[in-house]
Design a protein around this ligand. Sequence first.
Ligand code: NOJ
Length: 549
Amino acid sequence: MLVGECGVARVEADGKGTTIDARTLWWQDGVLYQAYPRSFMDATGDGVGDLPGIIERLEHLAWLGVDGVWLNPITPSPNADWGYDVSDYTDVDPELGTLQDLDRLVTEAARRGIRILLDLVPNHTSDRHPWFVDSRSSRTSAHRDWYVWADPKPDGSPPNNWLSVFGGPAWTVDEPTGQYYLHNFLPEQPDLNWWKEDVRDAFDAILRFWFDRGVAGFRIDVAHAIVKDQALRDNLPATEDDHPRIRDLGQRQVYNMHRPEVHDVLRRWRRIADAYDPQRILVGETWELDVSKLPAYYGASEDELHLAFNFPFATQPFQTEPLRQIVEETEAQIGLRGWPVWTASNHDIGRLATRWCGGDERRIRAALMLLLTLRGTPFLYAGDEIGLPDAILERGQLRDPVGIRHWPTNPGRDGCRTPMPWTEGPGAGFTRSDAEPWLPIVRPAGGAVETQRNDPASVLSLARSLIALRRERPDLSRGPYRALPSPPGTWLFGRGARTMVLLALGDRGARVDLPHGGTVVGATDPERIGARADGPTAIRAWEGLIVAT
Ligand code: NOJ
């Protein structure tokens, strides 16, 4: 790993195209941002966000200071699972734009120093993908074994006990050919057979297709689950000692996911990325419940993923102790072998403003400070920067198959997929004022982007200033994490030699003895910026300070 070989950390646009400094490991120094294309900006006025819309809003992203944007799937899809059921891996869904729009987005983003990452969905295709249409057409079709097919048990039941993430058995019988096919998600999302060399070759070509168009990398959907046990063995029953999520499911998913064989595929993709340049990256959706499982995804010789999402962190309660524990465990586990990732929101788990903060602005500010001061790459989800909450939707407003299937016990994921509110007027600057947005628009307490942009005390201004501070102070991007003693409920850590971060993620404040004095260079309460912090320093409940010497 090239940590420490820090080149020029920022990009100068020269108006002629990409001028990004090749020496910089931008994905370590930078801040990444997830945009859900259908909900970011609608340029065509049909109520659905699109690529031209993202281009229109690049100015916001450049102003905010982000370095890369991960787009949820933009490839053609029948939308059984909103893009995660791909029917063509090398085109753009007409509802979202064209390949030319994508090219223009890559170029326009680069001019502003921003790189574009796409979502790669290799675990499964749409059931309407020509590969699956052919696969199910007969037992002897050319693509039959591109998917996972198996005979029923003698009583006609599914071949084994694997369960779908979205509920029910992971198998659906195909009556005409008399076999079951595997789907770890919806029946409309048949799992590919990654034991088949042709599947691997096909994906090599897909990666190259997009890399050739200039994308900076991929977020890899269900990166922990692509390869299945070849013998299709039954998953093991859950025990009382298992994580609550495993107990709820009733089984340990040891054969339909989390297989060691996935690492061959990740190494293969890393070789492809590296053959372009060291700035192309692979980010895995590595849904592991235990931080100790993450190092493997970076590879024994840093030859797999560049970044692996840390769900144990994201799923902790927003309190000092559990978060400090996970952060320090992460540091211990992957600190020197890989580069951590910090995120607290996405289009599946919900938005930090609601999930972690219950809509409380003090907490939202502290959450942003935590994400943007830890050692590693922060990912913000569109809306985090304005404290956008999850929407509470009526049954009739749902679009997510999970919510539609499991309402009301599980309302699904639409609440965290609502459109970005850019302005206060009708359509929120997201769509035309007379258009019906594909999901209802909600606004945060502090107002839409335009309102917060003009308020130096807004959540948006805080997010922007924290991103700027990270860029100005290499301690905050590169400096080692150092645990420092502080009273219960507070969290004091050093970054590099000259920067300290003090947080109180809880209902109690305290006086904290700083090991050395300094100046407050960042604060959740802007009034504290510029103050001297020496010796015992008061921190209020849900407050954060960055002190530099
Ligand atoms: C993870 C994606 O983030 C989620 O939205 C999707 O439903 C599943 N993978 C299946 O692709």
